[in-house]
Design a protein around this ligand. Sequence first.
Ligand SMILES: Cc1cc2nc3c(=O)[nH]c(=O)nc-3n(C[C@H](O)[C@H](O)[C@H](O)COP(=O)(O)OP(=O)(O)OC[C@H]3O[C@@H](n4cnc5c(N)ncnc54)[C@H](O)[C@@H]3O)c2cc1C
Length: 456
Amino acid sequence: MPIKESSPDVVIIGGGFAGVTTARELTMRGRTAVLLEARDRLGGRTYTSDHDGHAMELGGTWVHPLQPHVWAEIDRYEVETETFPVLEGLRQAVVSGGRVVDLSDDDLTKAVETLDQYCAPGTTLFPEPYTGTWGPDPQNLDDRSMRQHLDTLKVAPELRDWVEGMCCLTAFGPLDQAAATELFRLYALSGWSAAQMLAALSATKLVKGTRELIGAIAAQARLADIRLNSPVRRVVQNGEHVRVELTDGDTVTAPTAVITLPMNVLNTVEFDPPLSQTKRTASAERHAGAGMKCYVRVKGDIGNVAVMAPEAQSVNWLVTYDHDANGSWLIVFAANPKRLPMSGFDDVAGMQEALQPLLPGVQVESIYGWDWSNDPHALGTWCIYRPGQLTQVLPELRTTEGRLFFASGDSAVSWRSSIDGAIESGYHSAQHVDEYLTAAGHQTLSPAGLRSPVKA
Ligand SMILES: Cc1cc2nc3c(=O)[nH]c(=O)nc-3n(C[C@H](O)[C@H](O)[C@H](O)COP(=O)(O)OP(=O)(O)OC[C@H]3O[C@@H](n4cnc5c(N)ncnc54)[C@H](O)[C@@H]3O)c2cc1C
């Protein structure tokens, strides 16, 4: 049915995990929705792409049982997971003092203990991390950057450089722009344990990719009319409804709308009346996540290796993804792509130069990745707040404005900046919309798929 003719209960803007979960949860409540997604695919900042025989994750990848919402979905749809990277025989190293220092098991234990030390304020700052609240902050840590907090760490250079590399991986942006509290929060969510945090952030992935999971959720959103290639340009609230205008001139009207746009993208859509000043300021300032993740094909079998590097290096982490007789695929993370001596994903020589400090002598054959920061529908990577944004921005990003409800991994209660957070926000937004519609007297449908097979 053309969008013009449909009259759903809700318009959902955005088809990432937040939007698709909202659509499914609304279906479960007998509510109809039109979901408008700008891209030609679902998934948003998760993107499983087939390349060289691999289902490569160009965006969100790692999931973990400590993340309750995504794990419940994995369990529900019986999605297969696998451990990654291959820990057995993994050579771990850190770039320190201009050389590659191999880390023994003892060294790694010390490095993880140093990370515990770095994250220790998370114990008092986030005593109940799953509630999205925070404790007293007499030292005003909310205003501290990761860089400033690193400067308080007095340890051996190799340990400091390893922890600095971890900060780069988490911030995925310049360390003076990322809030120290972001790492404390992840530590608290992981049971106040650096070892568990490392596992939560990089140990488990989906065998067939995140597309299998979002596909399973979308398949159950039976009362949602999911429209791809449907970029929204304007959202107008007037009287009894919300009118959503697409760039192609089409419109869709409903009593409510759920906005799942990334925080950095909010200002690219016109809202009438305008969104709150705090939401607009947050979107203009952006969060700090602006790094580059890509897959790099190198010559020869380099074995299973993971190398961490501090901020002075243009590449801050690499890990073997796979290898065969002819070569290996690496996953490469650069927290600050402006430091990279390369012009684009076709600049093999630039990437080869960037990798030398981590893997001396390595020869690069090709690069495969996605430029999230210049992607108009993302304008950044995962959401890492700047100093001060936790207290000044987060509660407001979730706040309903009239008939507009907000859901996003960027404003989730617990595992914000992850797939889990996006799913969690979808649960909440659907519940809030349903309550609103019920209070306003809108009847629910009995969705065909949910009707009881038992005849009275
Ligand atoms: C490189 C990278 C690595 C990551 N690694 C991990 C990881 O390992 N584990 C993890 O849990 N998380 C990871 N994340 C974070 C995770 O992917 C996100 O937090 C999560 O996917 C966000 O989901 P969302 O639905 O809130 O937002 P999005 O996925 O961004 O969805 C928003 C949707 O809105 C659409 N949209 C934008 N503008 C418009 C418009 N005008 N009209 C209509 N639609 C529009 C977008 O196209 C998009 O589909 C990573 C992210 C990146 C970028």
